[in-house]
Design a binder for this molecule. Structure first.
Ligand code: GLU
Length: 259
């Protein structure tokens, strides 16, 4: 089905929600409760929900007694291996309140480009959704380092949306929408809607997350949104704090029209 406006989100058949490290780790770890509650609400109404979540490195840091994000790749991967486990435990613990079971899916962008890996992943995702499991996807950090280097789980989320033919992709961050320039600058205006193919000329994006643990920014959101929109998935860019309202179909964030 085509969900061509925000108000149609509550009736969507299949939704992918992507959340970044800074929204659900460190002092924001408590946001998992509200995020899960919103996802459970959609799931209970019959919507098939896939969560793409970063945050393994940030969640693992305290367990390795690291105060700051490690700079070498091997330690980042070790932190991700430890943190992924804790992160999934936190999600499952929260999902238990609603009787929902999570399935952990670790993928690389390359997996989704390789035909046999892709069809395996697709079959597994379809079965998980058919079983009413809530798949939680992250980059498989021990074999892929794209997100670690480029902060780009937004792209993985778009590729997953295409894989499962999602009606809507919701890209969450700590900013409520895309703006015509970095939001802290004077004259920045919220971009309400992006028609399909709009080059967004004249718009300038900064590219770092505010809490220092995430690495994606508005630029990666726009590229990911375009990738998904090209395949017919509508995209909403908004903040993690807005997820429940977004799933209710409220007029917030930045909406990318699909092809
Ligand atoms: N996939 C990694 C994670 O979930 C990388 C995130 C990052 O680079 O911050 O932690």
């Amino acid at each position: 089905m085509t969900v061509n406006q925000r108000s149609a989100i509550p009736g969507a058949r299949r939704i992918v929600v992507k959340v970044g490290s800074s929204s659900i780790s460190g002092e924001n770890a408590g946001q998992i409760t509200a995020l899960v509650e919103a996802l459970a609400g959609a799931h209970d109404k019959g919507t098939e929900v896939v969560l793409v979540s970063s945050g393994a490195i940030a969640t693992g840091m305290p367990y390795l007694r690291l105060d700051a994000r490690p700079s070498d790749l091997a330690t980042q991967q070790a932190a991700a291996a430890v943190g992924q486990n804790v992160l999934i435990y936190r999600y499952q613990d929260s999902l238990d309140r609603f009787g929902i079971v999570a399935g952990q899916v670790l993928l690389t962008a390359g997996d989704l480009e390789n035909p046999s890996h892709r069809s395996n992943a697709q079959r597994a995702m379809e079965r998980l959704l058919g079983l009413r499991i809530l798949p939680i996807v992250n980059e498989n950090d021990t074999v892929a380092t794209h997100e670690i280097r480029f902060g780009d789980n937004d792209r993985l989320a778009a590729l997953v949306s295409v894989l499962v033919a999602a009606d809507v992709l919701i890209l969450l961050s700590d900013v409520d929408a895309l703006y015509t320039r970095p939001p802290q600058e004077p004259g920045a205006e919220r971009i309400e809607e992006v028609p399909f193919g709009d080059p967004l000329s004249g718009v300038t994006f900064g590219d770092i997350g505010s809490a220092g643990v995430g690495t994606g920014g508005a630029g990666t959101k726009v590229s990911a949104a375009r990738l998904a929109a090209e395949a017919g998935t509508s995209v909403l860019v908004t903040s993690t704090a807005n997820v429940a309202a977004a799933l209710r179909g409220e007029q917030l964030g930045t909406w990318f029209q699909p092809a």
